[in-house]
Design a protein around this ligand. Structure first.
Ligand code: CA
Length: 230
């Protein structure tokens, strides 16, 4: 079994060392970064299994890094565990809803942190059955979180990726706009919501899928269907 990589972005050297030591003892491969900008680059390049991110960092702070990683579909799936020093920071974090998966307040015990890391990773693996869809010249790999067209990666936003994933996962069945709103945007189906949002994103997705765009079929008064045959 390959060891899972964890990236620790923390400018306080003794804390970074302590975290690294304890995670390595548990069998993880650990990378560290002491600055925000280099931490972000490492996360994008290495695509670790999890990022432990300190809130206050030189160059680029943890909130910014979290936002950038969660907005790009190639890194949005990486769980983020934030380290925070003060209670107010926790409020700020939750208030911003930046999509951090969990947070731990300083000072923390290494044992607590390791337990949290394992819990976040376990939740993640329960959630994502890893799949590869290959249809025509299109390929979507849920483990690597990449979409290829004729073997070349294409740039999708997180919503476009989720939308495509939902359509492919339906295995040729038609999906209603309501279903897609709930699945991709997390909206309650009983709410009156502009379904135009779905149509707009489908439009963008079609543009990016180029030669495979005809596979997304509009089903009148229903929603959309992804043609997997032909
Ligand atoms: Ca710090």
């Amino acid at each position: 079994m390959s060891r899972e990589t964890i990236l620790v972005v923390e400018d306080e050297k003794n804390i970074a060392e302590l975290v690294k030591y304890n995670l390595e003892k548990e069998g993880f491969r650990v990378l560290t970064s002491s600055k925000g900008n280099t931490g972000l680059e490492q996360a994008q390049k290495e695509k670790p299994a999890l990022v432990i991110l300190d809130l206050m960092l030189p160059e680029l702070d943890g909130l910014e890094i979290c936002k950038i990683l969660k907005q790009n579909y190639q890194t949005a799936h990486i769980p983020i565990l934030m380290l925070t020093a003060k209670c107010e920071e926790v409020d700020r974090l939750l208030g911003f809803e930046l999509g951090a998966d969990d947070y731990v307040s300083k000072p923390f015990s290494p044992r607590e942190l390791v337990a949290r890391v394992k819990a976040v990773l376990r939740r993640k693996s329960d959630r994502s059955a890893e799949k590869v869809f290959r249809i025509g010249s299109l390929e979507l790999d849920t483990a690597k979180h990449v979409v290829l067209l004729k073997g070349k990666p294409i740039e999708l936003t997180t919503k476009e990726y989720d939308l495509l994933n939902a359509l492919l996962d339906a295995d040729g069945r038609a999906l209603s706009r309501g279903f897609l709103l709930e699945k991709v945007w997390g909206y309650d189906r009983s709410l009156e919501i502009e379904t135009r949002t779905v149509d707009m994103h489908i439009g963008q997705l079609r543009k990016k899928l180029k030669l495979e765009s005809n596979r997304i079929l509009t089903i009148k008064n229903v929603g959309y269907r992804f043609i997997i045959e032909y």
